[in-house]
Design a protein around this ligand. Sequence first.
Ligand SMILES: NC(=O)c1ccc[n+]([C@@H]2O[C@H](COP(=O)([O-])OP(=O)(O)OC[C@H]3O[C@@H](n4cnc5c(N)ncnc54)[C@H](OP(=O)(O)O)[C@@H]3O)[C@@H](O)[C@H]2O)c1
Length: 297
Amino acid sequence: MTRILQFGSTGQLARELIARAPQGVVLTALSRAEADLSDPAACAEQVTAARPDLVVIAAAYTAVDRAETDREGAFRVNAEAPGAMARAAADVGAAVVHISTDYVFDGAGARPYAETDTPSPLSVYGAAKLAGEQAVLDANPRAAVIRTAALISPHGRNFATTMLGLAREGRPIAVVEDQFASPTAAGDLADFILATAPGWAAAQAGSRVFGLTHYASSGAASWREIAHAILGDAFGDQAPKVAATTAAARAAPARRPDRAILDTGRLTEVFAVTPRPWREAVAEVVRALAPEQAATA
Ligand SMILES: NC(=O)c1ccc[n+]([C@@H]2O[C@H](COP(=O)([O-])OP(=O)(O)OC[C@H]3O[C@@H](n4cnc5c(N)ncnc54)[C@H](OP(=O)(O)O)[C@@H]3O)[C@@H](O)[C@H]2O)c1
């Protein structure tokens, strides 16, 4: 039996982890009310009190644009708190799984990024997540940091739910065509984490299961192509048009990487896992979000 203490209960990944926990994994998920990551010491105390086998940090400051004007808050939640939780986990003999992001890279590279590539975040969010990775890895020799990208799921606010919401309201849709991503189902990442949890809980410091690993769907497309795929799957011939825009025209407060595609070779080598193509992940999430339309499309 593997006892997981999970931080976060309402986010995309957190909800999928709760819904998919198999027999043999006892998962206790703490909400923001039970463990606020703006109070790192209180979160560390939760770890000390629970003495789990594995701590999973699924909560984060994910408001990428808001972080630009709240550097202190973003660093407290995304760097200081994970570091404190990882240290407390080490003290009670627990391993840690922490989730990070492709936004640690600037996206200017010509090929997909490996774990050995040097990060260069463009935003406060990316910088805070990078500091969190380092804090967790420094604090606990039994820490796995999983960088993922463009999470989509049937829950909450994500690119798929936003596109379908705009379409249903009959609003005009314009999406950037000069930035690329690999939409990844939060459920796929949750399945990987849950399947590997007993292995992390049992592994000794120095094992290759710890350290940095990339997990993202295979392949990549422009956000406009991804919007086309989502709306086509949901509405078939009736899908609304997607106008093209550019990152410069959109002028979001936080700069996003143009092409921070993650190389998942280490995932396959160490864990024998190869994520499915982004197109399949999108189709499955849309089936869950728009079952009637997807069935007739
Ligand atoms: N979404 C993406 O595209 C993406 C891409 C790459 C990496 N990631 C990473 O993947 C992980 C999971 O992301 P997600 O998409 O599942 O996140 P999400 O849906 O945006 O949810 C964020 C979660 O964090 C919680 N949270 C925020 N501030 C908190 C605080 N101060 N104390 C406690 N809980 C707090 C939220 O709780 P409330 O509901 O109470 O606000 C929510 O449960 C994160 O580490 C994120 O950085 C995400």
